[in-house]
Design a binder for this molecule. Structure first.
Ligand code: HEM
Length: 883
């Protein structure tokens, strides 16, 4: 028995693999194959004629036939080739459309209108079984099966795609001839114009040679219309089912390998059919649900459902039996059988569930509309359109915005040098370019390095550019509603409190004290030990520990203990770092991913919850303890840290209820986040630059040594060197604000509401137009006022050109504090040690982060200076009054 596998997509895939070029394959399939490679007869309903080319190895002929001729025509070159058609009454009529030497005349009553349906019949070598047929869009496959002539013993292998209007039966495994046959295609273009084509692929001329409807060995139908036609046959309706006897189930017939193409019918009203591939093999358990069997047991009918489709097939080794079964069990019973057969009924109900509009739309889309070639074409078109649009709408030199993934591929391609790449792209694009993240990622906006734009965002139109919900929702677990994460009144209240406290003489004195104590009491002794042992350490790590301890002391008045003997692992510091990292990871993760993870409490989101719990737990305990101390002693006068200052100021304020514990917690955590790594990272780059600029180092050293009054000297050159170092390596390399409403930037760039404006401090510091042709040089002198014998003149620079500390109303509150820290550490270290950057580290590279960490740290050795330079008197110089 012939075995069929019906898989149109294989027809597509094959050339793809052959040519390994999807686009080429698509073009070839779509445009070349039908015209150059197929034999076809096309019936035009409009013209009432059939036209076509018959190609055979020996001859190529064009034919123009009317129906009569089409049916009666004999072509020696096509001898033995048979095409079958359904007649106008809907019956399959043997001898219709025959193109063979026998030139059969029209059967009686065959003067008809154009055939409503055509079919192509093929048979395997040596067999007289018609193995496949095709239907046009009007054909109801179930009716068609029922109307098959008796001698078409096996009625399997039909398919129809309503969308493409193309029928393909591919790869018939024929056990009798042990060959594979490729069969016909009805090309979409022809069908779309109301034509039906019967065709076959070129290259397999032998496929059809044995088809011969006029084969005398086949029993001829007794009379036309021998099989039930539309008028005398029951319609395919559920209502008709009760007249029919219930089908008898039978086990699968052993020996069958029903890898059949099957007829399918949609449950929906559109009489849409599609194909499926029956994967059921010889295994009885996997057999399709038996729906009916011939009394002899030698033929059976099966139905099964898949998705919204019901499939039916009739299988028999003996055509006669199969044909009889067709009449015993008309296919219109399928619906009824489905409801009576439990297995099928269950599947049907599953299908009902699955056939929600969305699911069925997806199923429909995938099965009917999506092909590899379509995808290839779509991708190619999308790409080309996107490239054109990109070129038309973005400044020349701006990075490519890819379809779907936006700027992401470009970012990935430049992960290693992302800051340099961004700088170059901005320079090429004239200072501003638009960007877009992945679809569904919600990130889009513009990147700019134009000071006028920055000023507009940070000051002129400040009200339109808050931190925004995009930022807030990513940091809310860690920061709550702290100053760093707040907008509007909440931000204003904290800003007022922070400015008042941090700029108070008392806090300044306290902070200098804590810095000095930390430098002299912990940092210097630690470095001395390291130096004595000749150890190599990661300077960036040491500095991070320093600033973490320092900011904890300033904000909470507690010693975090990071610089303690042996550089221990401090859980609070570790948790803080982890919580920051994981919150930042949300910026580069599609929201639906991290939100789903958060909902389920899995992966990084679970880690984030644990880390923030540790951080917030620490803050909560500290605030509670301080509150208890205040209650107990009635005053916190002895303490000058921010927490104590805020707590006592609010408790003494009569008109306000004071700051809540939550406010205080959020406030302090924000401060730690803001100040824990920025200064240390700035210092690390500074030391690295000094190592390669000995002239600057000696001038800094001279400045430190000359500051000999223990505090009044401002150490202008050191101040300028630090400023210059942060110009080239800004600790916060880029920052952004989110537009509330549509806006136009001063350079004419349009910003849509909810888009972000990223201002790129890293690129701005390296912009020739802002800093001159030597912008890449480390030259602290550019910050000094020559006329005033080297005094720091940085204040003359526009803060919107040097946005290292932000600018406008949200200028960094800790700027003075940061300079104080940095200058104290730089002076103390440089006064005592030569910092030798270890060779072999390669190029020190920045890490992709919101803070410009060195990716692999900075490995150094400390060598004591031969003549120890103690700056000033006994004190480490205090930071001068520059800001
Ligand atoms: C070299 C060191 C530092 C640099 C480069 C720096 C830079 C910045 C930048 C760029 C911002 C704006 C952030 C934004 O709005 O998104 C900022 C804000 C802030 N910084 Fe700093 N910072 C440094 C050190 C510090 C220190 C040590 C502290 C704390 C003592 C601190 C406290 C703050 C606070 C509280 C804000 C929020 C201000 C607001 O939103 O109103 N910063 N800083």
């Amino acid at each position: 028995m012939p075995v069929y596998r019906f898989s149109p997509r294989r027809f597509i895939r094959q050339p793809v693999s052959n040519h390994s070029c999807a686009l080429y394959a698509v073009l070839r399939l779509r445009f070349l194959a039908p015209s150059s490679g197929l034999n076809s007869i096309v019936w035009s309903r409009a013209k009432g004629r059939a036209e076509g080319k018959i190609k055979s190895p020996s001859e190529a002929r064009s034919l123009e036939l009317n129906e009569q001729e089409l049916i009666a025509h004999g072509s020696p070159s096509n001898e033995g080739k048979t095409y079958l058609a359904l007649n106008a009454r809907g019956n399959w009529q043997e001898g219709e459309g025959i193109l063979n030497s026998s030139s059969r005349s029209l059967p009686p009553g065959s003067t008809r209108k154009a055939p409503a349906r055509l079919s192509a019949g093929h048979k395997c070598s040596g067999s007289d079984h018609i193995s496949s047929f095709f239907l046009n869009s009007d054909a109801d496959p179930f009716e068609a099966i029922a109307s098959l002539p008796r001698r078409f013993g096996v009625a399997c292998g039909a398919g129809f795609s309503s969308h493409r209007r193309r029928l393909v039966l591919d790869d018939i495994d024929c056990p009798e001839s042990e060959s594979r046959h490729r069969t016909a295609v009805i090309s979409p273009a022809q069908c779309a114009h109301g034509h039906l084509a019967i065709s076959r692929p070129e290259g397999n001329p032998n496929d059809l040679t044995n088809i011969n409807a006029g084969d005398s060995s086949l029993p001829a139908p007794t009379r036309p219309g021998h099989f039930p036609n539309r008028s005398n046959r029951p319609r395919v309706r559920r209502a008709a089912a009760p007249h029919r006897p219930p089908p008898r189930a039978s086990p699968c017939i052993p020996g069958y390998v029903p890898r059949t193409a099957t007829l399918l019918r949609s449950h929906s009203d559109t009489r849409r059919c599609t194909y499926t591939e029956d994967r059921y093999t010889n295994h009885p358990q996997q057999c399709t649900t038996p729906a009916a069997a011939h009394p002899t047991g030698q033929a059976r009918a099966c139905i099964y459902t898949r998705g919204e489709l019901t499939a039916a097939c009739i299988i028999s080794t003996q055509p006669q039996l199969a044909s009889e079964l067709i009449h015993l069990w008309p296919v219109w019973h399928v619906d009824q059988i489905s409801s009576r057969t439990p297995a099928v009924a269950n599947r049907a109900s599953e299908n009902d569930m699955a056939s929600s509009p969305l699911v069925s739309a997806v199923v429909h889309l995938v099965t009917e509309y999506v092909r590899a070639s379509d995808m290839a074409i779509a991708a190619a078109v999308l790409f080309v359109c996107s490239a054109i649009r990109n070129r038309l709408t973005t400044p020349p030199g701006a990075p490519m915005m890819w379809p779907v993934v936006g700027i992401i591929p470009s970012l990935f391609a430049h992960l290693d040098d992302i800051y340099e790449w961004g700088t170059a792209a901005l320079a090429r694009a004239g200072g501003t370019f638009p960007y877009r993240g992945t679809w569904g990622g919600g990130s889009s906006g513009v990147v700019t390095s134009v000071p006028a734009n920055v000023e507009h965002v940070l000051k002129t139109n400040f009200g339109n550019y808050p931190k925004g919900p995009y930022y807030r929702e990513r940091f809310v677990e860690l920061l709550g509603h702290g100053i760093f994460n707040a907008d509007g009144d909440a931000w204003r209240a904290q800003r007022r409190a922070a400015t008042a406290e941090m700029h108070s003489a008392r806090f300044l004195e306290f902070s200098h004290g804590t810095i000095d104590a930390l430098v002299r009491g912990k940092l210097v002794p630690l470095l001395e030990k390291i130096s004595d042992k000749g150890e190599v350490v990661d300077l960036q790590d040491v500095l991070l520990r320093f600033t973490f301890d320092n900011i904890c002391a300033a904000a909470f008045g507690v010693d975090a203990g990071c610089l303690a003997e042996g550089l221990p692992d401090v859980p609070f510091a570790r948790a803080f770092e982890r919580a920051t990292e994981l919150s930042l990871a949300r910026f580069v993760t599609p929201p639906f991913v991290w939100k789903a993870k958060r909902l389920l409490g899995v992966g990084t989101e679970r880690e984030l919850v644990e880390a923030t719990r540790a951080v917030r737990g620490f803050a909560k305990r500290t605030v509670a303890e301080r509150r208890a101390e205040l209650r107990k002693t009635g005053t916190l006068a002895g303490r000058c840290d921010l927490l104590s200052r805020l707590m006592s100021s609010s408790s003494s304020s009569s008109d306000s209820g004071g700051y809540s514990d939550e406010f205080l917690r959020d406030f302090c955590i924000s401060f730690i986040l803001a100040g824990r790594d920025t200064s240390s990272v700035g210092l690390a780059w500074f030391f690295w630059l000094l190592a390669s600029h000995p002239d600057v180092e000696s001038r800094v050293l001279a400045d430190v040594l000359s500051s000999g009054d223990g505090g009044s000297s401002s150490m202008d050159y050191l101040h300028a060197a630090l400023t210059e170092s942060m110009r080239l390596y800004p600790p916060v390399p880029a920052d952004f604000k989110e537009a509330l409403e549509d806006d136009v930037l001063p350079d004419g760039t349009f910003v849509r509401a909810r888009q972000r404006v990223i201002y790129y401090a890293y690129a701005m510091g390296r912009d020739k137009s802002l800093w001159g042709p030597d912008c890449l040089e480390f030259r602290p002198e550019r910050w000094l006022n020559g006329k005033k014998s080297g005094a720091f003149a940085g204040g003359a620079e526009s803060p919107y050109k040097y946005v290292v500390f932000n600018a406008g109303p949200r200028l960094c509150v800790g700027k003075r504090f940061a300079y104080a820290q940095m200058k104290a550490v730089a002076a103390a270290v440089l006064g005592r040690f030569r910092v030798e950057v270890m060779p072999g580290q390669g190029k020190v590279k920045p890490k992709l982060n919101t803070t410009l960490y060195m990716r692999d740290g900075l490995m150094v050795r400390f060598a004591r200076r031969e003549q120890r330079h103690e700056p000033g008197h006994a004190d480490v110089p205090a930071a001068g009054g520059r800001s």
